[in-house]
Every structure is written in structure tokens, then in C-alpha cells.
Design a protein around this ligand. Structure first.
Ligand SMILES: NC(=O)c1ccc[n+]([C@@H]2O[C@H](COP(=O)([O-])OP(=O)(O)OC[C@H]3O[C@@H](n4cnc5c(N)ncnc54)[C@H](O)[C@@H]3O)[C@@H](O)[C@H]2O)c1
Ligand SMILES: [Zn+2]
Length: 383
């Protein structure tokens, strides 16, 4: 299988970094780290028990073999551990392991581990080298690119954090084989989101992969699908990189179609749906699936986008499949929950909608006729 290298440029030339995508590459992690960190430096692997139980031993052995003394710090599994308490413990464990400014942190896990370990690396001794080794589809195509790190607090998700670029990112799609199927399905909705705002070719590539290899059997066939999946991941990473390059710190005043805000496509609705179901019924990605359909409905009603494009969106979300039913949710509760979305700017909501596939547009709620948002919600969750 082939190896793909993508260079991510940032506003500071010294902070540019490479993303390597290659099936089976985890076993060469030692040599990979050695290309940018001196052998003999200490390396702290931050992970959780589940992921570490699957891949930790091999990773640690490879790092040691390449000449890096290794310490490990395992955090709890799940979003609820992405918090200040875990951050504090992680920083203390780095201190106890004697990590110095010339040493490095490796995040081995999904977005939860990556966000938390990245923020720990950003703040420990005012910033030490940080490597991302994402192990979920979401962390591969989304959270490991763009430099957002942070934790949740009692007052909201991702409310404490920093923009901090990794030294490098290593993506081994083979590790997706052990990801629970529901996680894989849910996260494919984020790939559809990228396609919807990124362009027809990208969306059709997601559609083709899913048509040939339904998500429910995808991870059983990674030997044969691996290369196509690596190609899809590379395309998605390039797209995310192209957006964050132009708007590295998500400027609040930027409302252009190239603003980083467009990555929130489908997310205002998704957050509302997660909120009204108390974060129990939907995986985040599944809620994004519904959010994509909602954005499609609203775009159609505002006559921004033609019906063929909306049908294509429905088709691809349908190919991902596996969305839990939305019946019994009151559309008015979803509407009321929109106000909790932190993307709210100066008192009014901004919806990311579509003029066509690949042409997102940011519309202020004040520019939408009364009742149209509720009608669009009803069209999506009352079937
Ligand atoms: N920084 C960003 O730009 C950004 C962007 C999007 C999302 N996020 C954040 O990412 C987080 C979600 O990340 P996620 O979807 O990766 O979830 P996650 O990190 O919770 O991982 C999902 C589950 O899969 C398990 N797992 C991970 N890799 C595995 C593997 N290879 N085999 C078996 N099990 C495995 C984990 O232990 C966990 O139980 C959220 O906190 C979200 O806020 C950050
Ligand atoms: Zn998301």
C-alpha cells in the first residue's frame, strides 16, 4: 500500500508540519518520531486504556527500539474525561516523568485524547513538541488537522484551550479495524459534511466508497479497502487543511465562504439535537447526519440551492445509514435549543447553508422568514 505525505502550512513557517497516511505505519512510529525529535529525548504517550490496550504495547516497544525512553499516561475513556481535572493529572504526570522542553508528547487515540493531550503539550513548560497519532476516522479527517486543542468545562464544550500545531501527524488507517462499527458510521457523517461544503468530487468519492463498501462491512474488509480509504482520508485532510490555512484562528468577523466557520455545516442543528436528547440517543456524528439534512432543507426553502443537490445529500447520508430514529422529538424543543449553540455571534445565529454542493454560504437568522427554520426542522425529524 502506498504512503501519502501532506504538508500543512501555517502562518508561521516554523510551525508547518507533515501528515503521513499509510496503512500499517504504526509499527514504524519510532523512526517517524526520530525524523524530528532527537533520539534519547523522553516521549510521553498519552492514551486511554482501550486504545492503549490494543496498540500501546507495540507503540511503546517501537519507540524504545528507536532510542526513546517512554512514559505513559492513560486517561478515562469518553468525552466526560476531556476536562480540567484530567488535564491537571496529565500535566502532573508529565512533570513526574521528568519531561523537559526538548521532550515530546504523543497523543494515541481519538479526538478526546488528541484535544486533551495537545492542550497539555501546549501548556506544559509553555509548550513542548506534540505528535498526533489519531485512531478514529473523525480524528484522522478532522480533529488532528487545524491545531485546535482544549477541554470542556462546566460552562461548555471546548471552552478552555489553545491553537497549538502538532510537530507531525501519523495516520494508520489499519487501526480503524478495531473501531466499533457505530463509531465508524457516525464519523462518516463528518466526511459527508466535508464533501457537502468542499465540492461535488469529494462528496461523490465518499458516495462511491460507501456504495462499494457499506460501512457495516467496511472495517472487516480493510485489507482490500485500505488504500481507497487512505485516499479518501488524504482528500479530506487536504480539504480541512485548505480551510484552516486561510482562517487559522477562526476569526469571528470572517463570514466568507472560505471562513473556518463553514466547517460547522450541520452542527448548529446537531448540537441542538444532542442537547434535547441529553447526549444519550445520538453519537455526535449521527446528529451531524441529521444536521446535514436540515441545512439542505433550509437551503432549499430559501431557494438558495436546487433540489437535485439536496437529493444528492439525502442519498449520501442514506448510504452512511444507521442513524437512530428521530421520532418523538419535538421540533420546537430543537428550535429552542439552537440558542445554546456557542457559534452564536452577537445575539443572532448564523446558519451555514448551501448555494450548491461545494458552495457554502453563511446566513444570519434575521434574514430568514419566520417559521421557515421550524418547518425545516419538522421536515427532517418528523417522517
Ligand atoms: N480539535 C478539533 O478540531 C476537533 C474537531 C472535531 C472534533 N473534536 C473533538 O473530538 C472528540 C471526538 O473524537 P472521536 O470521535 O475520535 O471520539 P473519541 O476520542 O471519544 O473516540 C471514540 C471511541 O473510540 C475508541 N477508540 C478510538 N480509537 C479506537 C480504535 N482504533 N479501536 C477501537 N476503539 C477506538 C475510544 O476509546 C472511544 O471509546 C470530541 O471531544 C470533539 O470535541 C475536535
Ligand atoms: Zn462534528
Amino acid at each position: 500500500m502506498s504512503r501519502r505525505e501532506i504538508q500543512i502550512k501555517t502562518s508561521r513557517a516554523s510551525a508547518a508540519y507533515d501528515i503521513t497516511i499509510e496503512a500499517g505505519s504504526l509499527v514504524s512510529i519510532g523512526r517517524w518520531v526520530a525524523t524530528s525529535t532527537e533520539r534519547g529525548s523522553r516521549v510521553a504517550v498519552v492514551s486511554n486504556e482501550k486504545v492503549f490496550g490494543l496498540y500501546g504495547e507495540a507503540v511503546v516497544a517501537e519507540l524504545k527500539h528507536a532510542g526513546f525512553p517512554v512514559s505513559t499516561h492513560l486517561i478515562g475513556d469518553g468525552e466526560r474525561f476531556k476536562n480540567l481535572t484530567t488535564l491537571g493529572r496529565t500535566l502532573e504526570s508529565l512533570g513526574e516523568a521528568g519531561i523537559t522542553r526538548t521532550d515530546a508528547v504523543i497523543a494515541l487515540g481519538g479526538g478526546v485524547v488528541g484535544d486533551l493531550a495537545g492542550f497539555a503539550a501546549a501548556t506544559y513548560l509553555r509548550g513542548i513538541a506534540f505528535y498526533q497519532v489519531p485512531t478514529t476516522l473523525l480524528s484522522m479527517i478532522d480533529s488532528s488537522v487545524g491545531g485546535k486543542t482544549g477541554v470542556n468545562t462546566s460552562w461548555g464544550k471546548n471552552t478552555v484551550g489553545a491553537f497549538y500545531q502538532p510537530h507531525a501527524v501519523l495516520i494508520d488507517p489499519a487501526v480503524l479495524a478495531t473501531l466499533p462499527k457505530r463509531e465508524l458510521t457516525a464519523r462518516f457523517c463528518e466526511a459527508v459534511k466535508h464533501g457537502a461544503i468542499g465540492g461535488r468530487r469529494m462528496l461523490m468519492n465518499v458516495r462511491r466508497l460507501l456504495a462499494e463498501h457499506p460501512v457495516r462491512t467496511l472495517s472487516d474488509n480493510l485489507e482490500t479497502v485500505g488504500d481507497k480509504l487512505a485516499e479518501l482520508i488524504a482528500e479530506q485532510v487536504e480539504f480541512k487543511a485548505s480551510i484552516v490555512r486561510g482562517d487559522e484562528r477562526e476569526s469571528t468577523s470572517n463570514t466568507s465562504a472560505k471562513s473556518r466557520k463553514i466547517l460547522n455545516f450541520g452542527h448548529t442543528f446537531a448540537h441542538a439535537l444532542e442537547h434535547v436528547t441529553r447526549y444519550r440517543r445520538f453519537r455526535h456524528g449521527e446528529a451531524v447526519g441529521y444536521g446535514i439534512l436540515f441545512a439542505g432543507q433550509l437551503s432549499k426553502r430559501l431557494e438558495l440551492c436546487n433540489n437535485d443537490d439536496i437529493e444528492l445529500l439525502y442519498d449520501v447520508v442514506g448510504k452512511v445509514g444507521g442513524l437512530p430514529p428521530s421520532a418523538s422529538i419535538d421540533p420546537r424543543d430543537v428550535l429552542a435549543s439552537f440558542k445554546h449553540d456557542k457559534k452564536e455571534v452577537s445575539g443572532s445565529l448564523q446558519f451555514i447553508l448551501l448555494r450548491s454542493i461545494g458552495k457554502p454560504v453563511i446566513i444570519n437568522e434575521n434574514d430568514i422568514p419566520p417559521g421557515m427554520v421550524l418547518d425545516s426542522i419538522k421536515a427532517v425529524i418528523h417522517k
